[in-house]
Ligand binder design. Structure first.
Ligand code: BTN
Length: 329
């Protein structure tokens, strides 16, 4: 069974690498070391799975269309990345994609491994909150990064992730997202996505970072827990349309790789500008609850190290690293 599965995966990989061309049955049987008859049987099995395969005598096979569901193969097919998503761990259900990636990292997985679950039974958010992750309703995904940056720069990656997600939502679904510091994506002031960054590091060296992204896609009102409906939303709820999770995941991974590589090459400045262009309540009055107490301030922007920049009640610029912001309406 395992051998059949792995041949199927390899076959899809070969076909996706030759997407615009036919590849002959003979060539496939040579690469996979299986008979021509087995190749044909695999093609029939792919069709059963929802792939549309074109087979032309003396030319070979090519895939014309793949099913609109999330799996390792369907995500890899059409992915335009060079390192992000080379390993994709996909399962229908599991506790949390964060957990899957931490486990993979400890077993030596490479920079760029991605975990996706259709349903998370123990999805988690920042500050140990629960993250509601209903089956096939959203994008529940974590990425493993092994970046050559200092541990104190890690928050920049959370901000970068937020800008990528905002860009993808804007480009693919024509909504107008905003980012609430540090990492909530809002649509019409309601939360549609959150980002959880976890790091394994020594004092001056990052071993690895796990960035988890949760995006509510096809939840109807009934799918959002009652306590959420006044503060959370989904793409379906905002646009009245259902969206392909597969397409959104692929676009997100494609865009993330481009932005990450640019950040490594050119630094944080462009990310900061982009973040501020989406910044919720930028230039406006905010109330901040910190461990030291509540203060009022004007939200000035974000600092190079990812901190929140405010103008305090004395008119001075100040950096804040933690705390929850409450917004004056
Ligand atoms: C937050 O806003 O508090 C962050 C939410 C992050 C949720 C995502 S879903 C994929 C990954 N797996 C998890 O358990 N959490 C993150």
């Amino acid at each position: 069974m395992v051998k059949v599965e792995s041949n199927r995966n390899k076959l899809i990989q070969i076909l996706s690498e030759n997407k615009d061309n036919f590849i002959s049955g003979q060539e496939i049987s040579r690469i996979l070391e299986i008979s021509r008859n087995s190749v044909w049987k695999h093609m029939k099995a792919l069709e059963k799975d929802g792939y549309v395969v074109e087979g032309v005598p003396r030319k070979g096979y090519r895939i014309l269309k793949q099913p609109d569901k999330v799996s390792e193969n369907t995500i890899k097919w059409g992915l335009e990345t060079s390192w992000l998503g080379h390993t994709i761990i996909h399962k229908e259900s599991g506790p949390s994609t964060q957990f899957l990636i931490h486990q993979a990292a400890q077993e030596g997985a490479k920079h760029g491994a991605v975990a996706i679950l259709d349903e998370q039974t123990m999805g988690r958010g920042r500050m140990n909150r629960q993250w509601h992750s209903a089956d096939k309703k959203g994008m529940w995904l974590s990425m493993l990064l092994r970046p050559m940056i200092l541990p104190q720069q890690a928050p920049q990656l959370t901000l970068l992730t937020a800008t990528v997600l905002a860009d993808v939502l804007k480009k693919c679904t024509q909504v107008e997202p905003m980012i609430k510091w540090p990492n909530d994506i809002l649509l019409k002031k309601k939360k549609i996505a959150g980002i959880l960054t976890e790091m394994q590091a020594e004092q001056d060296r990052i071993q690895y970072i796990v960035i988890g992204v949760g995006l509510n896609i096809n939840h109807s009102n009934d799918d959002l827990p009652e306590s959420f409906t006044y503060q959370a939303t989904s793409l379906y709820h905002e646009t009245g349309k259902t969206w392909s999770t597969q397409m959104i995941i692929q676009q997100f991974l494609n865009e993330f790789e481009v932005s990450f590589d640019k950040y490594v090459k050119d630094g944080f400045t462009e990310v900061k500008q982009k973040w501020e262009s989406y910044g919720f309540k930028l230039g406006e009055k905010i109330k901040i609850t910190t461990p030291k107490g509540d203060t009022e301030a004007v939200f000035h922007g974000i600092a190079e190290d990812g901190a929140l920049l405010i103008i305090n009640s004395l008119g001075e610029k100040e950096k804040l690293y933690s705390g929850e912001i409450q917004w004056f309406e």
